[in-house]
Design a protein around this ligand. Structure first.
Ligand SMILES: Nc1ncnc2c1ncn2[C@@H]1O[C@H](COP(=O)(O)OP(=O)(O)O)[C@@H](O)[C@H]1O
Ligand SMILES: [Mg+2]
Length: 290
């Protein structure tokens, strides 16, 4: 325990030491993309959000934290040499695991069989902490694609992240699971002012998307005293599956298709919103591992 705390403190000290005072507050924004139910479009939204933000000049790093499922690399058609798993095992440096994707967006594969979070040993944990601090110097926005569901790992990431985009489809099961996830993340950190936004994917039209958002927002205000924001919605778009089959991001293969336009608008919304005061990456790490 003391070991961890000390390594975290020294990592933060190191960062403070290396950076000029005026840039110190500009810590990377940590955005989690999550869903209750699986298969709702999280990974596609993550990848295309990242590419759009990168093309807008942001330094973006995606972390594929849907461990074992290696989604991001398949969607991008890029084979990473090393993963977060190798970093934890001491087989690679974080720089070696940072893999170049389209338009300068970079990503880090989780690696199959990796399990982070509370079950992690001290040595692995310290490596991850130090690795993450390095990311603070090289990224403006870190997007974490989490696994579906309400596992301890996912909830831990959401409670620590500065902001979370919850993805749901209009299906009642997906909406119910999205609410369950928001509730679990709030329960994990009762003292905070969380920043949750909703992305409604595969809706019939704007009206259906708004209805889904309003249902979630109403429940969240009433039972969790927390308003939600609608960050965007996308219709069913056959070009998403086509892009996946081509192993290209929709934003690259179909820059003008409805899904790409929807994600672009969500990215612009994200840039327009100032980052919540959650201490950036250092805050994320101390909450996740502290
Ligand atoms: N807006 C959309 N329109 C049509 N198909 C979509 C859309 N969004 C996602 N999909 C499809 O849904 C499937 C699951 O998407 P994915 O991003 O892997 O979900 P998750 O990461 O939540 O499991 C993919 O096969 C993808 O092609
Ligand atoms: Mg996925």
């Amino acid at each position: 325990m003391t070991d961890q705390a000390e390594s975290l403190r020294s990592a933060i000290r190191e960062r403070a030491f290396r950076e000029p005072a005026d840039s110190r507050s500009a810590s990377a924004r940590v955005v989690a993309v999550a869903s209750g139910k699986g298969g709702v479009g999280k990974s596609n939204i993550t990848v295309n959000l990242a590419i759009t933000l990168a093309s807008a000049g942001k330094r973006v790093v995606v972390i594929d934290a849907d461990f074992g499922l290696a989604n991001i690399e398949i969607l991008l058609g890029v084979v990473p040499e090393y993963s977060l798993r190798d970093v934890c095992a001491g087989r690679a440096d974080i720089r070696m695991a940072l893999t170049e994707g389209p338009l300068g967006a970079r990503f880090i594969s989780g690696g199959s069989g990796f399990s982070g979070g509370p079950g992690m040993g001290d040595a692995a944990r310290n490596k991850v902490i130090q690795s993450f601090m390095f990311l603070d110097r090289t990224a403006d926005i870190i997007i974490i694609d989490t696994g579906a569901g309400i596992s301890e790992n996912v909830v831990g990431v959401l409670a620590a992240a500065g902001e979370t985009v919850v993805v749901t489809t209009p299906e009642p099961t997906s909406v119910a699971d999205a609410y369950g996830l928001i509730k679990a993340a709030c329960a994990a950190d009762p003292g905070r002012r969380p920043d949750f936004s909703v992305f409604v994917n595969r809706a019939e039209d704007a009206r259906e998307a708004r209805g889904v958002y309003e249902r979630l927002d109403r429940a969240s205000r009433r039972f969790l005293s927390m308003p939600l924001r609608l960050i965007g919605w996308a219709p069913n778009d056959p070009n998403v599956a086509r892009a996946v089959k081509r192993r290209q991001a929709a934003a690259i293969a179909y820059p003008d298709t409805a899904f790409t336009r929807a994600v672009r608008s969500a990215a612009m919304d994200m840039i327009g919103q100032s980052a919540p005061e959650r201490g950036g990456l250092a805050g994320f790490i101390s909450k996740l591992f502290g």
